[in-house]
Every structure is written in structure tokens, then in C-alpha cells.
Design a protein around this ligand. Sequence first.
Ligand code: NAD
Ligand code: IPM
Ligand code: MN
Length: 366
Amino acid sequence: MSRLAPRDQRPQRIAVLAGDGIGVDVTREAVKVLDAAVERWSLPIELVHLPYSAEHYLATGVALPSGQMESFRDDFAAIFIGAYGDPRVPDMRHAAEILLGIRFQLDLYINFRPCKLYDARLCPLKGKGERDIDFVVFRENTEGAYVGMGGNFKKGTADEVAVQEEIHTYKGVERICRAAFEWAVANGRAKVLMADKSNVMRFGHDLWQRVFFELAKEYPSILASHMFVDALCMQLVRAPEQFEVIVSNNMFGDILTDLGAALQGGLGVAGSANLHPGRVSMFEPVHGSAPKYAGTGQANPVGAILSASLMLGELGHAEVAAQIERAVASSIRAGRTTRDLGGALTTSEVGDELAQAVGFAAGVRR
Ligand code: NAD
Ligand code: IPM
Ligand code: MN
């Protein structure tokens, strides 16, 4: 991936929030790989571990202390997150404050989610190989159905009414669509597809239609097209090779990227970046905290490690990022994986092997 959020800040401090459940397990392995990379190439990176999690919230009543968001913004080059979600906090209050808080308050409007098949064996689709599944999703990350606007009337009665608003702004739609087009141009891609449900959502998604196709005129080298999101889901399963860059709203982007993760072998393989070019950015695997697997050694750390690779790319260490991705790809092809990908290794064995591969990797042009 080319850099979407160039920053020139040395040394680069990274806030590491392992979070809950398997977030803790996979972050430990991503940190091993990061440490190996930092040592191997003397990267000017400092990891700062922060305890904010369900455990911390239950013990203190505080999800994120006041001033922490400003500190992320001012004192760090990037944030790395494991996952959030704990059955002891059923309303996900802490996760909303931390995860969605970071995305919204730091205005990280690009949720960049690559979907790439590293070994044909992992694809659940008949007859599809590595060349068929290699697309990226640009998920709008600051508005849509995630704004939390709404309310209840007569809550808890048979007459209850619940309203949950979707917000789409010209500015919000324009900047995510532009990011998708710009990335396509910078990365030699020929097609950008926008997915919405404008046949039903006649106001909000109609805005997406108008903005996307107006913007497309500025990018004559790119084939801009559209599908309704239901048809897109069908096409992603039927013929995923037709997609290069997909842009969509917050909720559809969330759903499409779980589908995309399944095409690449499962949620354990998918990494992501939350970006606002020129500002602090946040990196996290696409999966959640999978509480029942926490501490069992079954969690696949690859999604977290690929997120760490995306982070190094954004921080200006593109060749190191590529080395990590190559190490992941060859370990998957060699079957050196956790159970979800058919292997027999534990979470920490995968992390150890990848850290070792990265630590011994051949020189990097810097
Ligand atoms: P999940 O992603 O945690 O797990 C769903 C299933 O996917 C798991 O049961 C497991 O079979 C598989 N899986 C996920 N990650 C894996 C990995 N690394 N290795 C191997 N298999 C893996 O989704 P869920 O069960 O719907 O949600 C659990 C909690 O996580 C909820 O509280 C949810 O809100 C939260 N969540 C958080 C994030 C995040 O922090 N970014 C993302 C999604 C869900
Ligand atoms: C994701 C997750 C989050 C989302 C949840 C945990 C709020 O599913 O990052 O994909 O919906 O964005
Ligand atoms: Mn999701």
C-alpha cells in the first residue's frame, strides 16, 4: 500500500491498546513482530502500552481518561488496537468510547480494509485463486448509521418507537470517495465501485450517487461504477475477481469487509487502517474480541500483524511493511498457521515464527 497519511515525526511513538478478549492475545504477537522489525532495521519507533480495556473500565469506571484523546492526537504518530468487546460490559459502553471515540473524535474518515487471498487453499469459493481476490474497501468511518443519533419513545412498552438516524454529509461522502479514487490512481488500479442502497434510501444514498459520479469526472483514467449493496454481496461471492476498489458507507463497509475477510480465509487474516491523511492514525484487525477463544492459543494473530504492517507503511517504512506482509504470505503458504487456517500452531507460535522471519529478513532499502 502506498502511504495515505504521510507524517514526518521522529521518533515515532505508537500507543498500543490490546483491549479485550483475543485482542490481548493477537496484540502480544503483533508487538513481537514490531519489536523484531524495530531491532532489525533500527526503526525510530517507541511502543507505549496503555491499559484501557473492559477490565480497566470495570475496575475504575473510566473507559478513557480525560485528556487521552488529545494526547493521542498530539503525542503519538499512530495507535494500535487489538479488539474491544467483553460480555461483562453488555452495552459495549467502553468500546464505543474508545474505538468509535478514536475514529470519530480524531476524524479518521478512511477505514482502509484490504482483502487479499494469500493462498488459494483458504478460499471458500470453488475454483478461485490468489489472483481472483485482491481488492480494497474504503469504508466511510465518521458518519452514516454510526453517529448514534436517535432515541426511544415509550421504551419497554408494546407501543415502543425507536428511531436511529443515518447521517450523510456532502463533505463526508466527497472525502471518502476522493480517497478511493486517489488510492486507485496512486496504486495502478483501473476501477472504483461505489455500493449503496440508493433505490431505497432516496435521500442519503442519493447523495452518494451524485457525489461519486460527479467526482469520477476528475478521474478519467478510472472506470467508476455502481452496484446496490445486495447485488454486490452476490457478486463478491460469484465473481470477486471483478473488484479492485470498493467504496461504501460506514455500515455497508463494515458488513462487506466481514464478507471480504471470509473470502481471504477468515476474520483472523484481515487487517485494517483508520486514517486521516496527515494526522495520527489507528490500526486494528477487522475481527472482534472473540471472547470464547481468549487465552486459548487459538486466535490467529495474522490480522493484527498485517495491521501492524499497514501501520509501518503509513509511518514511512514501506519496505519493512512489505517484508512483514511477505513473511505472513509465506508462512500461510507453508501451512505454519493457527487452526482456523488449517494449521496446528498456537497464537504465540505463529507470532514467534513471524517475528523470527522478520528479524532475519534480508536488507531493506530505506
Ligand atoms: P469476532 O470477530 O470477535 O468473532 C467471530 C468469529 O470469528 C469467532 O467466533 C471466530 O470463529 C472467528 N475469529 C475472529 N477473529 C479470529 C481470529 N483472530 N482467529 C481465529 N478466529 C477468529 O466477532 P463477534 O463474535 O461477533 O464479536 C465478539 C465481540 O467483539 C463483540 O463484543 C463485538 O461487538 C466485538 N467486536 C469488536 C471489534 C473491534 O474491536 N474492532 C470488531 C468486531 C466485533
Ligand atoms: C469493526 C467492528 C466495529 C464496527 C464494532 C465493534 C463497533 O465491527 O471494526 O468492524 O462496527 O465498526
Ligand atoms: Mn465489523
